[in-house]
Design a protein around this ligand. Sequence first.
Ligand SMILES: Nc1ncnc2c1ncn2[C@@H]1O[C@H](COP(=O)(O)OP(=O)(O)OP(=O)(O)O)[C@@H](O)[C@H]1O
Ligand SMILES: [Zn+2]
Ligand SMILES: [Zn+2]
Length: 804
Amino acid sequence: MITVAQVIVDVAAYPVDRPFDYLVPAEMTQIIETGCRVKVPFGPRNVLGFVVAIKNETDVPIEKIKPVSQVLDIEPVLTGEMLELAKWLKNETICYEIDALQVMLPSALRAKYEKIANLQTEVELLPEPLQEIFRDSQQINVNVFEKNNLLPQLKAAIKNKQVSIANVVKQKGKVKEVRKVRIIEDNQMLADIQANISNRAKKQKQLVEWMQLHAGEIMDPEVIYKELETSAQVLNAVVDLGAADFVQEEVYRDPFTKEIKRTNFLNLTDEQSVALDQIMNSIEEQEPKTFLLQGVTGSGKTEVYLQTIAKVLNDGKEAIVLVPEISLTPQMTERFRSRFGELVAVMHSGLSVGEKYDEWRKIHQGKVKVVVGARSAVFAPFENVGIIILDEEHESTYKQEDSPRYHARDVAIWRSKYHNCPVILGSATPSLESFARAKKNVYTLLTLKERALKQSLPKVQIVDMRDELKKGNRSMFSQSLMESIQIRLDKKEQIVLFLNRRGYSSFVMCRDCGTVLQCENCDISLTYHRKNEKCKCHYCGYEIHVPKTCPQCQSDHIRYFGTGTQKVEEELAKFFPGIRVLRMDVDTTRAKGSHEQLLEAFGNGEADVLLGTQMIAKGLDYPNITLVGVLSADTSLHLPDFRAAEKTFQLLTQVSGRAGRHEKPGEVVVQTYTPEHYAIELSEAQEYDPFYEREMQMRHQAGYPPYYYLALIQVSHEDVLMAADYAGKAVEWLRSQLSFNVSIIGPTASGISRLQNRYRYQCLIKYKVEPDLIPTLLQLIKIYRSDWIKKGINLTVDLDPNMI
Ligand SMILES: Nc1ncnc2c1ncn2[C@@H]1O[C@H](COP(=O)(O)OP(=O)(O)OP(=O)(O)O)[C@@H](O)[C@H]1O
Ligand SMILES: [Zn+2]
Ligand SMILES: [Zn+2]
């Protein structure tokens, strides 16, 4: 009988996305399982693959079937659930199954290939500079040659068949180990060893004597060095005598830096109790219900999550909590750790690859029961999930922007059906899609209308900046905001100043001819970075020094525009001498842990003002914040995005919600140039429903979600005509296949018409019900993969795109 593994291989751009059969050699049949990673031959090279099934027959002729080269995992890294989920994702988001499988794993376990140069001859026969490199090893990473500028020599050696090149699947994700000392258990033997040490080796004698008090223990060598004021040399010597040995111990890198205080459950408010009861009920009944928990800012949604999780843990199940990356603040994670301690794993982008892998292993090995993490934590490999929570469910970061283009909400709901457990979507300002579903009873709506301690929502004042200008105020602070700041400074209360930078950046412009510095590779203006006087493209990384004169007209009236946080900081210092400002933006939070330190300092009252961008809009809960100022409410309104109004309203509500959360009442000042826009006008009352009604009308008129679904097809090529031509072909083909109920708009040039030197065209499909859509798109992709791709075309399909 033969054993055959069906393997999904890591080969993108293959027209057929299906498993391939490989023979399992006899010596592997005991180890290999579905969900294991393997190395298999594919064409001329070895690639990484995932075993998705094991069977005993194959249609491949026996003389043609290739064997698995290596099994990479002794225990499967993917559960049966994940394999099923991948198949679903492949259809739902139209991606390669391999992409769906890889996204579920920490990057440490994803395929990495390395080019390795293998020496095929005597070292001495090589040209001089190469000899140096091959002296110690016959296999050298090609990087090394690149670094030493020896690629031409290497190439020559390859031509002469002195060196060959192989692609090697590299397995990152090393388990971290530390070296420990294990003292033998036998006290008598220790005594004997001690007796045999010459009296001149006093330190050794002392050490073994001490070891007799610690027989059988495993300890850190550093402890021994300290305790006995001794050295590695002495320790090595007694290890040689047999008093102890060195062992490797597996450890987890601990991303938590400080001790956490335990907290207890709060007595719920009536509204919280009503919500919790319904969720508990669903957990009891094992119903895969989706709840939309809509609660105003500060209403205590988090407390509801915490008590739900306690119930789930009590039932012996696990909990997944997703939060947007940006609000994955230490304050947020602490709230979970303070209730569930060591049972919590945290996953966010600030962790190193190794730390992420460790957190993942804690989940995989069942060492933790709760994961708090950003989008990809929705794939946490728990096997007995009892609840999945998405906090701030409206956040666009829950959708992944590249393949697989999944939405964490959809994955959460899929998993809830698999595990028969509920999902909670929480927000003060739900996405229109979710609220519409709640209205139709697809989701169950739970509402918290009041703040937890019955505090009133902060009073919002909208200030028209055009009036300020008319009054001769050219600063970035309105009269009203200045007065409010002064009051807080006098009362020693704290202030949050928010700079809305969504869709906004500082740019460099010539005042004489109006030229704006542009990226060489993209159709995008360069962003000015004051720190190093550089202009940078945020899409491709291209950067230049700010020129002294305009490249167009040579005028030297070239200057940067835009209100960066640094500029605000300077102005504050000018108007309020001695004001203590903490600035939180990409520049001040780059270093690991700096985010944490800044917030902690602010929490400790070390500053009067926390000044920042989107980073400070969410999750902050400090009692002394009584004023929130929004410096530029409109910048996010003017983006070419059908969700611009929704996002602006959400942002204003979120950031306003930071004020007056505890005893002291809060105040908000919103500065704007378009106070008449409904997203701004309605944020004054902070009521969601009127905004929802208004925005739904707009969507209805324009034919956008939630009334219609969207699919975005994007085609790019280095040559503008090719891009336009193939976008046209795609549209033509779609028109021939899809029904008349579908509107197909385009092709048109994309919003950013050139990116990284590739021209981009797109077409938008709007539909309500179109059973043929997915099969048609799959067909289109097949055409693309088997033909267009060879011509350098790149085609992507994005269902429910974030931005269009
Ligand atoms: N039942 C309760 N009794 C007393 N205090 C509570 C209760 N529930 C919540 N709180 C407190 O109220 C404050 C706001 O709660 P929480 O942060 O959970 O609200 P939220 O709805 O998640 O807010 P946001 O959406 O604005 O982040 C917190 O300081 C929390 O400790
Ligand atoms: Zn100029
Ligand atoms: Zn660029």
